[in-house]
Design a protein. Structure first.
Length: 477
């Protein structure tokens, strides 16, 4: 692949390219989603939101399944997969000018007062806080509101245009979700977000085996990576000492798995309950992970709960809306899950709510910050949930201020067992009021990953900000 001439690129894009260029041997597709608007059919479409991810190999069936082209009189949208080898240089050069070319159509990003603005995020984009490294570059232009006013196209009119399309959508949130554009990735400005997958990760089936005191660590790497440049650093957390070290790729046993390699490594774990590992490639960290012994506990709340629900089957049925009485069990399950994660939780029953306007749950962190939570097994705004939550959060804020607790943060949250795509029509309204939305996939992640680790509710509270949907409506506060 030819080198890109970086002299003409802005400094933030140069930083992004400098980081991800060594990864390109393990990245093969530009996974591009976009939504653009034009004043009339002959005009150049102007990008409202676009997301391009440099990703690993994809199955042809997945490419065929998710490729989309959508258009109406004013809206042009789609999801396309462009081979990196043939398209990377031209794509990045166009991106530097705020343009994207796809399927023979040129899309442009409208400037704000004659200029674009640029931002580089070396670890995660603003809507993420953890997982494998996911660097991002964003170029932004005019605000969506100002652009639509400039061309004389009303947002309500566009929404109704979506409803009347041959493939109809409820609103722009649902359209973006169907195209794979992350709800939190877009703000008020028209923008293009460029991201890159880490080309190697630690697999989540890595585990410490109790009867042999051996850690079995598995890593997934694209075939294009140079194995000698892969390195796994580790911290073995023994009872009395922390042992540190690193193993390079040559020390793994590698097997091919389709277009990937799976590396296996065994480490003596001694009496350790957990090993923290750090996977890197060419001296850049890609992924950190906890390898734990499931028969030992880092979380005493989890250990206590397992005494009555060993496999968490009851908890899972409650929080995923699959119990015999989901209307009441869902609240109780979310309260139990938050307790396991180290929050101090108040569950307000029906009798309490009859006497006062109370939220379903209040969850507090050790630092005193408060999540005020509404639970719904249906859509987010079922029975006016959003307006009720806003009113209750404002009342709580006023009460805390009166008691000299202005430093305490409040985060309104709506929790649902539905997937994020199923609640897409209500995300804009939640985002307008800065409400975090915890959906099925987020609940499953907490159960599968976070309950095993040392409780850190303050970090989870801060992470909730990444679950606030972007809103196309002017912010209320």
């Amino acid at each position: 692949m030819e080198n890109i001439q970086t002299e003409a690129l802005n400094a933030e894009l140069q930083k992004f390219l400098s980081l991800v260029t060594p990864w390109l041997d393990g990245l093969h597709w530009i996974d591009l989603s976009y939504v653009a608007v034009r004043k009339s059919s002959g005009d150049v479409p102007v990008i409202l939101s676009a997301q391009a991810n440099l990703s690993s190999l994809l199955e042809q069936s997945a490419i065929e399944k998710y490729s989309v082209q959508f258009s109406t009189d004013h809206i042009v949208a789609g999801h396309a997969f462009l081979p990196i080898r043939e398209n990377y240089q031209a794509f990045v050069s166009s991106l530097a000018d705020g343009r994207i070319s796809v399927h023979g159509i040129v899309l442009e990003l409208e400037k704000d007062n004659g200029r674009h603005s640029f931002a580089y995020f070396p670890y995660y984009p603003p809507y993420m806080n953890d997982g494998a490294r996911f660097p991002a570059y964003r170029v932004s232009g005019v605000t969506k509101w100002n652009f639509l006013q400039k061309i004389g196209v009303a947002q309500d009119g566009l929404t109704w245009e979506l409803k009347s399309a041959d493939t109809p959508y409820e609103n722009f949130d649902e359209l973006q979700a169907s195209l794979g554009i992350s709800a939190g990735s877009q703000g008020d400005a028209c923008s293009i977000m460029l991201t890159a997958n880490a080309p190697a990760i630690v697999k989540n089936d890595s585990v410490i085996e109790s009867n042999t005191n051996t850690a079995h660590i598995r890593c997934l790497a694209d075939k294009g990576l140079t194995l000698k440049d892969i390195k796994l650093g580790y911290r073995i957390l023994g009872r009395d000492i922390i042992e540190r070290g690193a193993v390079y790729g040559g020390g793994f046993q590698w097997n091919e798995d389709g277009e990937f390699r799976v590396g296996q490594l065994e480490l003596p774990a001694g009496d350790a309950r957990a090993i923290q590992v750090f996977l890197s490639y060419k001296r850049e960290a890609l992924h950190q992970w906890w390898v734990v012994d499931p028969n030992k506990f880092l979380n005493s709340h989890y250990a206590a709960y397992q005494n009555i629900d060993a496999e968490l089957n009851v908890l899972k049925s409650f929080v995923l809306g699959e119990s015999t009485n989901p209307g009441t069990d869902f609240e109780a399950g979310i309260a139990s899950l938050l307790g396991i994660l180290g929050f101090s939780v108040s569950l307000f029953g029906k009798q309490t709510r009859q006497r006062q306007d109370a939220a379903d749950l209040i969850a507090s962190t050790p630092q005193g910050h408060i999540a005020i939570i509404e639970c719904t097994t249906g859509h987010l705004n079922n029975k006016g949930k959003i307006s009720k939550l806003v009113r209750r959060a404002n009342a709580l804020r006023e009460h805390l201020n009166k008691n000299d607790l202005t430093h305490i943060k409040i985060q309104p949250v709506i929790v649902t067992p539905l997937a994020r795509t199923d609640v897409a029509p209500d995300l804009d309204e939640a985002g307008k009021y800065k409400i975090a939305v915890l959906c099925r996939e987020d609940i499953i992640s907490l159960i599968n990953n976070d309950v095993l680790l040392p409780p850190n509710p303050d970090q989870l509270f801060n992470n909730a900000a990444s679950l606030v949907p972007a809103s196309e409506s002017p912010p209320v506060f």
